[in-house]
Design a binder for this molecule. Structure first.
Ligand code: SF4
Length: 168
């Protein structure tokens, strides 16, 4: 019997927006070498370690870095070491905001890049809600595909943990 696929988490949304093939490999537990700090997966794990110092909040399959209260409003904070994958981080945070909304909690979001002394507000408006719903649906469709999407060279390949697997 095939192993059960994981629920759509913020992490998978993040991977999907980087590279659908990488997302498929991750959600089928074909894990890359974790030890190379020069590859994106290594960086991702560093991000996770960085975050564990914070107070994470669990929400289903999601691990939210922390939730702040600013002027009576809830602010979901996602901390990243770098803004290089800004669009992916934005979609990951939008997924958290939508997950909270589905549980009756309204919140805004903020991406924080402390090493860059930078913050970006993320508001779940109609446009972003539509984008994240489409992304979730695409991740679900991807999960049940029997094979990964074909290789397609993108700028992330250079530092991707699967580069050897994809391009050897
Ligand atoms: S090497 Fe490129 S195509 Fe392969 S999983 Fe990584 S980013 Fe995707």
């Amino acid at each position: 019997m095939a192993a059960a696929l994981p629920p759509v988490s913020g992490t998978l949304v993040w991977y999907y927006t980087i590279c659908p093939r990488e997302c498929w490999l991750m959600c089928h537990q074909l894990n890359p070498d974790e030890d190379d700090p020069n590859i994106e997966y290594g960086r991702f794990l560093q991000d996770q370690a960085y975050k564990r110092e914070k107070k994470e909040v669990g929400l289903g399959a999601n691990r939210i870095d922390f939730i702040d209260a600013v002027g009576g409003e809830l602010v979901v904070v996602e901390v990243k070491k770098s803004s290089r994958a800004l669009e992916s981080a934005r979609m990951q945070l939008a997924h958290y905001l939508l997950s909270l909304e589905e549980n009756g909690v309204r919140a805004t979001g903020e991406l924080r890049f402390p090493d860059e002394r930078r913050r970006e507000a993320v508001i779940l408006d109609d446009q972003l809600r539509k984008e994240v719903e489409q992304t979730r649906a695409a991740v679900r469709r991807l999960m049940v595909q029997p094979q990964p999407p074909p290789v397609k060279r993108i700028h992330w390949c250079r530092r991707c943990a699967y580069a050897q697997f994809c391009w050897a």
